[in-house]
Design a protein around this ligand. Sequence first.
Ligand SMILES: Nc1ncnc2c1ncn2[C@@H]1O[C@H](COP(=O)(O)OP(=O)(O)OP(=O)(O)O)[C@@H](O)[C@H]1O
Length: 217
Amino acid sequence: MRNLALCDATADYGGQPVLGPLSLTLAPGERVALVGKSGAGKSTLLGVMFQRWQRDGAALMPQELGLVPTLSVFHNVYMARLATRPTWYNLLTLARPFRRDVATIEPLLERLGIADKCWSPAGELSGGERQRVAAARAIHQGGELLLADEPVSALDGPLSELVMTALTGAYPTAVLAMHDVELALRFTDRVVGIANGSIALDEPSHRLRVQDLLPLY
Ligand SMILES: Nc1ncnc2c1ncn2[C@@H]1O[C@H](COP(=O)(O)OP(=O)(O)OP(=O)(O)O)[C@@H](O)[C@H]1O
């Protein structure tokens, strides 16, 4: 993967500016945490990145997850590769999944502790279970770059570690909006602090302590 760069990126909602102009370069293999208080512009920045890099194969795990509640967990995860399969294959999968896809997806669900929910409708799961389904879908998609918006906000200690390990292990390069700054420092190698739609801090994680990030909140 080449360097990915945003140059003087801006965003507005109905003409109201909320982001930028902001410039940021991502190097291949970098794991970046976006931190900052609620409303600072982290989701908007991830949205700008996704718009810019979707065609290069970027995967997005949005804050609202985007699951289809009436479909099973299996089918929600399967959807990550929908575009890579022919229509007839996808239609048959709706009625009766192929064994090879089940053999790929079940171990992933197992790893995230939700294998027992494989055939349950996503709408019948708890918030933390739904978040793990969305993580499984992002992992199943695969690629070079993951953009994830608060990927473990509904999970407690050990489960958030498990999901962060799985997500960051699946993608060489990642940008993760995080509200848990301690977790952000442990799982990323660069922290970008956002305040009022601008970059207020950009430092290697190993140079930062939790208290260094407090002024952003
Ligand atoms: N759909 C929208 N319409 C209008 N304004 C919006 C919309 N989405 C976000 N905003 C505004 O844009 C600004 C940035 O919001 P954004 O969701 O990017 O922040 P955030 O840092 O991701 O917040 P959080 O941590 O709460 O998710 C905020 O002032 C917010 O009110």
